[in-house]
Ligand binder design. Sequence first.
Ligand code: PSU
Ligand code: MN
Length: 325
Amino acid sequence: MIQSAPCAEWAIDWTSLSGVKSELLKIQPEVQKAINQGKPVVALESTIISHGLPRPKNAQAALEFEQILRDKGVVPATIAVIDGVANIGLDAKGLDLIANQDIAKASVRDLPILAAKELSGATTVAATAHLAALAGIRVFATGGLGGVHRGANETFDESADLSVLANTPITVVSAGVKSVLDISATLERLESLSVPVLGFQTKTFPAFWLRESEFTIDWSVDSATEIAAVMFAQDLIGEGGGIVVANPVPEHLGWERIEHDLIVAKAFAAADAAGVRGKAVTPFLLQYIVEASGGKSLEVNLNLAKNNVSLAADIAIAWSAISED
Ligand code: PSU
Ligand code: MN
């Protein structure tokens, strides 16, 4: 029997099916303990490590993200599928694996396939959010959210990140969406899907490497405590979905707009020429942009991700305090 989710002890007992793993979701003891005690926990995704950042900086980033959380007294839970098992919290070996092995990019639909085939996969925002929520984690930090791709009216390329957030009770901190996406359409879809978007100390939606896109959002919040209050209210009167916190990269750490626009345009032309499609598009563009910018985009990417992890820590702390009362 599959237990109802979300539940901290959640696991599927497949023992009746011989040859299939008995445990498909493995929660690290430290993470499980923090969840049980209502202590702050932040989920971290693995696709950003496996497919979004180049080696060897990716391995270093994975460790740094976790350290930012630990320094604030928050338990990190980096999520990835290892040999078919969804791991909530990775040890040093697991972090090394997601950074240095060639593993699949896994969205939610890939999870059952990886499980049955006992393969490893790096989880996207969608898959990480889904697994984190199953484990009972409420806050998640990433770099940039997936969204609607440019030309989606023909290709239908819209990240599952959006639809998953419509149904998953988790707060995702991101620096908006990359300017390689159709930001306007992404914001429209988030509205249709009833996902609240909160600008952290801003009413302008950020564009990942840039502090500002050309689009405004309805609501800004001033503090982590205010975000926790929205989460609390969302649980009571919302649709049972998640929240997007849009956290602009700090002013002095952003990318210069003119150079950004030039290189992003070149990246599109290259993707087009190479005929890249589907889930390969995001990694292709990111890698191209890192190379064409001589590492500048990478530096900004790392900085914005760390900034998101830090805010996520504050939100998890505020959430832990609010949910104790
Ligand atoms: N933003 C980044 N680096 C990444 C991604 C986003 O800076 O690697 C990843 C995230 O895991 C996100 C995914 O969930 O790209 C979206 O991919 P797709 O468009 O194929 O759903
Ligand atoms: Mn896609």
